[in-house]
Design a protein around this ligand. Structure first.
Ligand SMILES: Nc1ncnc2c1ncn2[C@@H]1O[C@H](COP(=O)(O)OP(=O)(O)OP(=O)(O)O)[C@@H](O)[C@H]1O
Length: 357
């Protein structure tokens, strides 16, 4: 998850893979599975179209690591929801492998799949999906009833998560008596009640107005610092993505075009489509000293920064110091420097040569 300055948590790369997609395809239409099987898991978009099929998800390879927030972005119709539904087999992929902790989800029995979904996966949807005739407490306790827990246990757990998401005092309200933000808190609490290890959130905040949306993003980050879930989060909004993401996958026409940290996508977009998503981003909040530094040229330094410090966190200081800042590693050794001019150019939107990148 990003910190206040937007730096990614160290060590995300070293964590075990929780869920992986290996050449996953989802084609809609007649004989979709045999179409892709006969082609050995390879087909162009033109082939798919010529066969009269819809290529909702095409040749997706990705690995989601334990405890990370993995965001899936893309324009409407690019395949985000279908891909995420394939991950929990709510939609049956036409081809490929979905591995949960290394085990192929497409090979497990229906009973094992139901068990996995009930106990280890959680889902939150844009439209909250609450049961209108149940109050907050009963909505939240509902999935625990499906798990077979007795009334006292499920109420105790429901009260715990109600506390966690800040809904104490609203236990006996019905969904229609709550604001949109509160309804989504119920949706979140309900899905957390079962203590899922992997949490799928499909545009959970997009029905909320911008202020509440920001509040809910903060809430999600607060919960994540306590709970350390593996989170797969769909959004259309790049600002939301860079606030929350450890890594972002950008989808287009069913394919994943690029996967990277927010900074990697902003600094090195793989295609014009990716660059278009990152165009209006406040680059100083995303780009770190590491990306902007050059080799030290012997000039006197006006201060020091860590390689992960976002430019916005020291731009005022470096400009007023009027001297380069040394970029120092964990042992205090300079590994490069950032100049005031490079910072001014970045703030002015001028692309700067990144000698140290
Ligand atoms: N059941 C279905 N039958 C046929 N085509 C489908 C079906 N479900 C999805 N599609 C198609 O698959 C493609 C991907 O849809 P999907 O809903 O996954 O996109 P998305 O990126 O989540 O879009 P949005 O952001 O609008 O929710 C679209 O072209 C869609 O029309």
């Amino acid at each position: 998850m990003t910190t206040e300055q937007g730096s990614t948590q160290p060590g995300t790369n070293d964590r075990p893979v929780k869920l992986a997609c290996r050449n996953v395809w989802k084609l809609f239409g007649t004989n979709a599975a045999s179409f892709i099987r006969e082609r050995d898991g390879k087909a162009s978009m033109a082939d798919v179209n010529a066969a009269g099929l819809v290529g909702a998800v095409r040749a997706v390879d990705l690995e989601i690591r334990q405890g990370e927030i993995f965001i899936i972005m893309g324009l409407s119709g690019s395949g985000k929801s279908t891909l995420v539904r394939c991950m929990s087999r709510l939609v049956e992929p036409s081809h490929g492998k979905i591995e949960f902790e290394g085990k192929d989800l497409l090979k497990i029995s229906d009973a094992a799949l139901i068990e996995l979904r009930r106990h280890r996966m959680g889902m939150v949807f844009q439209n909250f999906a609450l049961l209108p005739h149940l109050n907050v407490l009963d909505n939240i306790a509902f999935p625990l009833g499906i798990q077979g827990q007795d009334r006292a246990t499920r109420e105790a757990r429901a009260r715990e998560v109600i506390e966690l998401v800040g809904l104490r005092g609203r236990e006996h309200f019905y969904p229609r008596e709550l604001s949109g933000g509160q309804q989504q808190r119920v949706g979140i609490a309900r899905s957390l009640a079962t203590k899922p290890e992997i949490w799928f959130l499909d545009e959970p905040f997009s029905a909320l107005d911008p202020l509440i949306r920001r509040e809910m993003q903060d809430e999600l980050m607060r919960l994540q610092t306590m709970l350390h879930k593996t989170i797969v989060f769909i959004t259309h909004d790049f600002d939301e993505a860079i606030r929350l993401a450890d890594r972002i996958a950008i989808m287009k026409d069913g394919e994943v075009i690029q996967i990277g940290t927010p900074e990697e996508l902003v600094v090195n977009p793989a295609t014009d489509y990716v660059a278009e998503f990152t165009r209006d981003v406040d680059r100083a909040k995303v780009i770190s000293a590491r990306s902007l530094m050059r080799t030290c040229d012997g000039s006197e330094h006006g201060g020091t920064v860590s390689p992960d410090a976002k430019i916005a966190s020291f731009s005022a200081n470096i400009v007023s110091a009027g001297k380069p800042f040394a970029v120092i590693n964990g042992t205090g050794k300079p590994i490069g420097e950032v100049t005031p001019q490079a910072v001014i150019d970045l703030l002015a939107g001028i692309e700067h040569a990144r000698a140290g990148a």
